[in-house]
Write a protein of this length. Structure first.
Length: 289
């Protein structure tokens, strides 16, 4: 990836731009080298998810932080009268999660034994997440505003659970640690001032970190589709889900190359390409009842 060329009328600025491009290229090479020697947190399943990951912090550290954050989230929602206020919706979401959770063993043997927890927060926000260790929250707006079916909720659920299975939060923290270390060392070696180091850091945040985030989203889409299929939810619901999301996001959507999330159209194409691998899993689950 090339650092954006600076427009300048002086040779000094042009040289500075060249040095920065060389530095960012070296940073990319460093990051790729480190990642190449790391392990994968999951097995591949039917869809393939065995990319090696950089993991510099422990799972226990992230899970402890997640548990604390989740407890605070619940407390704040409860004070606002927004925690699990719709009993039927809460039971519906929890039932879907309960069907998916046992199948997480396909990717991680330890995952079914996590201390899973599922809550619904009353909010117009179109959002859901699963923290490290299996702490799940759905916002009611996502389900009600998009009128999601159980099949579509399962697609979202599988996706969010997959982020936790792959420990993407742990990986992102580790990448940030490695990048900042490399930037500090590189800036000193190249004799760059603080401003140049800051500029290189901005380049990392805007380009490299964003790329990693899209890789995470791709993996979560793949794994989530398999999880929902194994639990007996039609993976074709992913197409209708992202069609609804596309309609909801028509205004104010940034270009895909500047976004941490792939465009909905790209996700639909990916789901369609994965259907031959996951439909047999869904059909087998239906036969089992």
């Amino acid at each position: 990836m090339m650092f954006p060329r600076q427009v300048s009328i002086t040779g000094a600025v042009t040289v500075r731009a060249t040095v920065l491009r060389m530095f960012v290229a070296a940073l990319l090479a460093f990051t790729s080298h480190v990642l190449g020697g790391c392990a994968s947190t999951t097995s591949g399943g039917a869809v393939g998810a065995e990319r090696k990951q950089l993991l510099l912090v422990s799972s226990a550290q992230l899970e402890q932080m997640a548990a604390q954050s989740y407890t605070k989230l619940q407390a704040d929602a409860s004070k606002k009268g927004a925690l699990n206020t719709d009993h039927a919706l809460t039971q519906r979401v929890r039932a879907i999660a309960a069907r998916i959770e046992p199948h997480t063993a396909v990717f991680r043997r330890d995952a079914p034994g996590w201390k899973w927890e599922v809550n619904v927060i009353s909010s117009d926000e179109l959002n859901a997440f699963c923290m490290p260790g299996g702490k799940i929250a759905f916002y009611s707006g996502l389900i009600k505003k998009l009128d999601l079916s159980d099949q579509e909720i399962a697609i979202v659920m599988g996706h969010e659970i997959s982020h936790a299975l792959r420990e993407h939060s742990r990986e992102q923290v580790s990448q940030a640690i490695a990048a900042q270390t490399a930037i500090g060392v590189g800036a000193a070696l190249l004799g760059l001032g603080g401003g140049s180091a800051d500029l290189a850091s901005t380049a990392y945040d805007a380009l490299i970190a964003t790329k990693f985030s899209r890789v995470d989203e791709d993996e979560a889409d793949r794994m989530g589709l398999e999880l929902s299929a194994r639990a007996g939810y039609d993976p074709r619901a992913g197409i209708s889900l992202w069609q609804k999301m596309m309609k909801a996001n028509q205004s104010g959507r940034p270009p895909e190359f500047l976004s941490t999330h792939p465009a909905e159209s790209s996700r639909i194409q990916r789901i369609e390409s994965l259907l031959p691998a996951v439909m047999p899993l869904y059909e087998a689950a239906r036969r089992r009842g």
